[in-house]
Design a protein around this ligand. Structure first.
Ligand SMILES: [Zn+2]
Length: 318
């Protein structure tokens, strides 16, 4: 046997730190605002520092890193920033589970640890642009935005029934209530509570948002439908039903007058239109054939253009 030089193989503990040091010294991923190169913005979703990073994070951030490196090699000035979604519910709940430790300490410790992990993985960010949403240098801007909205009447306080998870001890969005239960706690019934709270008047912009989804022609159809349902336009309708054997009498039904309430409410109330027109569709399914056979009824129903066949208009409800 000829004597071949022994391959040392791939020893990550040697190779990785060597190159990571060189990348750091050269500032490989520092994005320059004044660069003449075409710009590429590669934003990954910032993690909740509720604990240490796990494999799901590794997968997510390695993909973003691969893209950033490829774009950089293709000649783009790449902005690949990073930050911490540290006011998120998971981060807050995790911090509360460690009563011996101040939530701030718990959160900041996780950030230090996770940052170390990301650097060990060789993932390159422009760390000069790191943001941490629980720190004043970040939330001063969200507060500034809030004040702008407040001054313009877009932020207001009102009493409203909310979905309340007794485990999370927090309000849940309608989308986080599944069959009357919390999305994170399938065994836990969501409570209805009347709470005074802040609202942002996003409904003022719902129409524009909805219309402009049509412009997102490169988004997957599935995501566009999801966004449309999330906005949840509900036009509502009033339907006058004739009363059998009582000519001239009618009963007015109002399906789809509001988008409030939990998913459970919607399921219990078949005439309650919201989201993907669940109410009207279910209502249609339950109607006699004379209604169902009208192919245009769905559209007219949404447009509030349905009268009962006698067409004696908007007679009083009983
Ligand atoms: Zn919950």
């Amino acid at each position: 046997m000829s004597s071949r030089p022994r391959r040392s193989g791939y020893v990550p503990q040697e190779i990785e730190p060597k190159w990571q040091k060189i990348w750091a010294e050269r500032g490989v991923m520092k994005a320059s605002d004044s660069s003449p190169k075409p710009k590429f913005y590669d934003l990954v979703m910032y993690p909740y520092p509720s604990g240490e990073l796990h494999m799901g994070h590794a997968r997510n951030y390695v993909m973003g890193d691969a893209l950033a490196r490829m774009k950089r090699m293709q000649g783009f000035e790449v902005l690949h920033p990073f930050g911490w979604d540290a006011f998120g519910l998971p981060a807050e709940n995790a911090a509360m589970k460690h009563p011996g430790l101040h939530p701030q300490q718990w959160t900041l410790d996780n950030i230090v640890e996770s940052k170390r992990d990301l650097k060990m993985m060789g993932i390159l960010y422009d760390w000069d642009r790191e943001v941490t949403s629980c720190m004043p240098d970040y939330y001063r801007w969200t507060q500034w935005l809030f004040l702008l909205m407040y001054e313009r009447g877009l932020a207001y306080r009102a009493m409203a029934p909310v979905n309340w998870c007794p485990v999370d001890k927090t309000v849940l969005a309608n989308e986080q209530v599944i069959n009357g239960r919390c999305w994170r706690h399938p065994d836990v019934e969501v409570e209805k509570r009347d709470l005074e709270q802040w609202f942002l008047k996003i409904t003022d912009y719902a129409e524009r948002l909805l219309d402009d989804i049509a412009l997102l022609d490169r988004w997957p159809q599935k995501v566009r439908v999801m966004q449309t349902n999330w906005i949840g336009r509900s036009m509502g309708a009033e339907v006058d039903f004739p009363v059998d054997g009582m000519p001239g009498e009618s009963i007015r039904i109002c399906p789809g007058v509001c988008g409030e309430g939990t998913q459970g409410d919607r399921d219990r109330a078949p005439l309650h239109g919201a989201g993907e027109d669940r109410g009207p569709h279910r209502w249609l399914r339950d109607q006699p054939d004379q209604w169902r056979e009208d192919p245009d009824l769905g559209r007219r129903l949404r447009a509030g253009d349905v009268r009962h066949r006698g067409d004696h208009g908007r007679a009083g409800a009983r």
